[in-house]
Design a protein around this ligand. Structure first.
Ligand code: SAH
Ligand code: SF4
Ligand code: F3S
Length: 466
């Protein structure tokens, strides 16, 4: 563990002379954290590197959610060892750090299996990174910090770098107290914490001033957010959404990831009342079987999910839903799987992520009897994914011919093309001027491809100002 208040790194040279490469796995919270780590290291002279080869410091921001995700870290560390040795032979230094949820869960294992790692730090201690870099450049041996410190990292991180582009992420909530049977997040991210209203609104205004037109509010349990307002009252997420909708220039708002248990009436209603709130919600259900939902400790039945889906669509008829599913949770029978298939058919999803249950060390489900055989998990996943893929294709094809607003994010893959997003998050490309980046313009959607839609721009006069 590091001591909380060692001096700032005086051994590190002046601005922008060093290069930092960050590789990010896992959820959008990790993506946000990676930008914050870059922010915290900028005053130490670290600017972005395109590749690990040209970097003076490499950070692997890791994910522990499934076994495969964790394994990738160790194979990457093997490759980086060679690079580090080559650099040392050429008289250069490379600081190697492992951050994120694998660092939190397996800090000791990382330093044992990969002693060439200089820094191991958990998601709650990024504000201590400069101090750790300074120590790593002075001392041999790994610096480990996987504390859940009493001070909040958000209070100690520098202000967010406002220039994130037209679509920005803003973490409003971290951690989870729900302890689903299969999930590592409560152990890697700690207890639920909500950032206060004033800090969130200030960060949102900064992002908008820096060019953001869309903000995605992030949290492991974002709709459980309950932040303190300046007058001492506690706001719920719906109240925060109304306040964000008042910010001039903020055209689109999203929030992710939500839990069905926390979809309260006011939040559902907000979808019908706030035009900036996009008609697309990621709401993981995991299973359609009440027996499995109980075994997962999800705290609700399938019926609640059906009701939420109906009410969201009543509030906002163009609402599209996305979800997460796990097949093969311990104890899942063929009949339970059939209930999941039924839920998918009944609700209909525009997008969904589905996974084979992966036993995670230390979680309750990992030790349960009646683990589902691998071959059975494979078969169930294939069956589920075939239906989800079909629904996604149908949703995308049904969009063809419609006129919709696109938030343009930058150049497309081919010359003369621009790329952007529909209100339902689908990637779109069209022939159009590069200056459209950061603006919203209307198109007619003309074709659906496997991962994107093509479109033609409608009249220029419909462009919104930058
Ligand atoms: N907070 C979100 C999800 C976070 S993890 C929620 O409450 O739903 C993202 C997704 O990974 C989960 O929704 C789940 O579908 C999947 N996942 C989590 N742990 C898993 C495990 N042990 N095996 C397989 N999939 C898992
Ligand atoms: Fe994991 Fe469940 Fe918490 Fe989501 S709600 S982060 S799945 S424990
Ligand atoms: Fe992965 Fe940690 Fe996010 S385990 S999904 S990076 S919270």
């Amino acid at each position: 563990m590091t001591s909380p208040a060692s001096p700032m790194p005086d051994a590190v040279p002046a601005p922008q002379r060093k290069k930092l490469f960050i590789r990010t796995w896992g959820c959008q919270m990790n993506v946000y954290d990676s930008t914050r780590m870059a922010d915290v290291l900028a005053p130490l002279g670290y600017g972005p590197a395109e590749t690990p080869e040209e970097a003076d410091m490499v950070i692997l921001n890791t994910c522990h959610i499934r076994e495969k995700a964790s394994e990738k870290v160790f194979s990457d560390l093997g490759r980086l060892r060679l690079l580090k040795t080559e650099k040392e032979q050429a008289g250069q230094k490379m600081v190697l750090a492992v951050a994120g949820c694998v660092a939190q869960a397996e800090g000791a294992e990382i330093t044992a299996r990969a002693p060439w790692v200089d820094i191991v730090l958990g998601p709650q201690t990024y504000h201590r990174l400069p101090e750790m870099v300074a120590r790593a450049s002075r001392a041999a041996g790994a610096q480990i910090d996987t504390d859940f410190p009493v001070e909040q990292k958000f209070d100690l991180l520098p202000e967010v770098n406002a220039n994130q582009g037209p679509i920005a992420f803003l973490t409003i909530q971290e951690g989870c107290d729900k302890f689903c049977s299969f999930c590592v997040v409560p152990y890697t991210r700690g207890a639920e914490f909500s950032r206060p209203v004033a800090a969130i609104l200030a960060e949102a205004r900064r992002l908008v001033a820096g060019g953001a037109r869309e903000i995605a509010l992030l949290g492991q349990n974002v709709n459980a957010w309950h932040g303190e307002a300046p007058d001492g009252a506690t706001w719920s997420l719906s109240r925060l959404l109304y306040a964000l909708a008042e910010i001039d220039g903020l055209a689109r708002i999203r929030y992710t990831t939500s839990h069905p248990r926390d979809m309260d009436d006011a939040l559902i209603e907000a979808h019908g009342r706030i035009p900036q709130l996009m008609p697309f919600l990621h709401l993981p259900v995991q299973s359609g079987s009440d027996k499995v939902l109980a075994a997962m400790n999800r705290g609700h039945k399938a019926e609640l999910f059906y009701r939420i889906a109906d009410r969201l669509r009543e509030a906002r008829p163009d609402m599209a839903l996305s979800s997460d599913f796990i097949v093969g949770h311990p104890g899942e029978s063929a009949a339970d799987h059939a209930a999941t298939m039924q839920l998918v058919e009944k609700v209909g999803f525009a997008l969904a992520y589905s996974f084979k249950y992966s036993p995670r060390p230390g979680t309750p489900a990992a030790g349960q009897p009646f683990q589902v055989p691998e071959a059975e998990k494979d078969a169930r996943l294939q069956e589920l994914q075939a239906v989800l893929r079909r629904q996604q294709d149908e949703f995308n094809r049904a969009c063809v011919g419609r006129e919709v607003d696109i938030l343009w994010t930058g150049p497309g893959r081919h010359p003369g093309q621009i790329a952007g997003r529909t209100p339902w998050l689908q990637p779109v490309h069209a022939i159009g001027p590069a200056e459209l980046a950061g603006r919203i313009a209307r198109v007619r959607l003309t074709a659906a491809h496997p991962n994107s839609l093509s479109a033609v721009l409608l009249e220029e006069k419909e462009l919104t100002p930058a």
